[in-house]
Design a protein around this ligand. Structure first.
Ligand SMILES: NC(=O)c1ccc[n+]([C@@H]2O[C@H](COP(=O)([O-])OP(=O)(O)OC[C@H]3O[C@@H](n4cnc5c(N)ncnc54)[C@H](O)[C@@H]3O)[C@@H](O)[C@H]2O)c1
Length: 313
């Protein structure tokens, strides 16, 4: 049984709501706060929408809503928590200020984690008390279903807190990835960002639609990626000789102009193409509608993956 029981979630937008649902599903006591108090209503409806999927994935019977408390002040929300997961907007100035306040109100040994997608922990915790207990715990949307969390230390983070954070995330059925040291974008978002930037160039130059590019991933690399990432996949691409032969064959392509990487300018023309493209792909379905389809699929997929993971790892 993990000792970390009381979790404060600060910022209850897309990611904060996801952490709340995952923590409740694992019998944690959850305290929440958002500067926008109107969000409480959305949160309750999101918990109701997602519960059937969460219940199925984690084999749970009942949702203990009595373990959930919404506070109207930051101090009240964090003061009794063992673990604080910050999920406010992605902005250095905002997070640095917020972390200083969280550090002031939190118990001295409470772990403070940020859901940031790529900001450097040493910078966002530069004004936070007891920085040895501060980390990044970067999840993936939807947090209530996806197991990945990147744990990134700042320059002052101590190993003891990193280990305890790892144990906590495991206790809520996550698979922590321990990032050796801080780097902008951490690991997964650097990979995602490279693909995203390339896609923006292709659309900007009019070579394909958003749907074409999504199909190019969904029907090919995407199907493989949920079981094995790029490296193991490319090891198989080399035939029986594996990675060495793959590099001999495709190594020269690294010199061809296949990628641009520096992002194109987000001009109005490009923004309109992206918005119109994804609207067409949605075929009249709302974001909630599509999220329900995705969630049902992710539950089934993870059940299937478990069977094959055992053979591979
Ligand atoms: N959306 C994603 O796919 C995703 C994935 C992984 C990580 N993240 C990270 O999670 C964090 C939150 O992202 P999101 O997508 O949930 O954003 P969001 O806009 O949905 O929610 C952010 C919430 O933070 C609240 N907030 C802002 N300042 C605050 C403050 N001072 N105190 C309390 N609440 C405050 C806002 O009212 C809002 O409800 C960001 O750091 C983001 O990079 C996002």
């Amino acid at each position: 049984m993990n000792k970390i029981k009381k979790i404060a979630i600060i910022g209850t937008g897309v990611i904060g709501a996801g952490w709340i649902i995952r923590c409740l599903a694992h019998d944690k006591i959850v305290y929440a706060f958002d500067k926008d108090l109107k969000l409480k209503k959305n949160l309750v409806s999101e918990i109701k929408r997602t519960w059937p999927y969460v219940k199925k994935l984690f084999n749970k019977k009942t949702l203990k809503l009595k373990n959930f408390k919404y506070f109207t002040s930051l101090e009240e929300a964090v003061k009794d928590a063992d673990f604080i997961q910050e999920c406010a907007s992605e902005n250095y100035a905002l997070k640095t200020k917020l972390m200083a306040r969280i550090g002031k109100y939190a118990k001295p040994k409470a772990i403070i984690s940020s859901s940031s997608s790529g900001l450097l922990p040493t910078k966002i915790y530069s004004k936070c008390k007891n920085p040895q207990r501060t980390i990044i715990g970067h999840p993936f949307n939807p947090v209530y279903l996806l197991p990945a969390v990147e744990i990134v230390p700042g320059k002052k983070t101590s190993k003891k807190y990193l280990d305890n954070a790892k144990k906590f995330y495991k206790s809520i059925s996550m698979n922590p990835i321990m990032v050796k040291h801080e780097l902008p974008g951490y690991l997964s978002d650097r990979l995602q960002e490279a693909l995203w930037r390339e896609g923006l160039h292709i659309i900007n130059e009019g070579h394909a639609t958003t749907e074409d590019l999504d199909r190019a991933i969904e029907d090919g690399p995407g199907l493989r990626w949920s079981l094995m990432g790029t490296f193991l996949t490319f090891h198989l691409a080399g035939g029986k000789a594996g990675m060495r032969h793959m590099l001999e064959q495709f190594g020269p392509a690294l010199k061809l102009p296949w990628t641009k990487l520096k992002a194109p300018k987000l001009s109005n023309k490009l923004i309109n193409r992206l918005v119109a493209g994804t609207k067409k792909q949605s075929k009249g379905k709302s974001v909630t509608n599509i999220a329900n389809i995705r969630d049902e699929y992710l539950v089934e997929l993870q059940k299937l993956r478990k069977k094959y993971e055992k053979k591979l790892r």
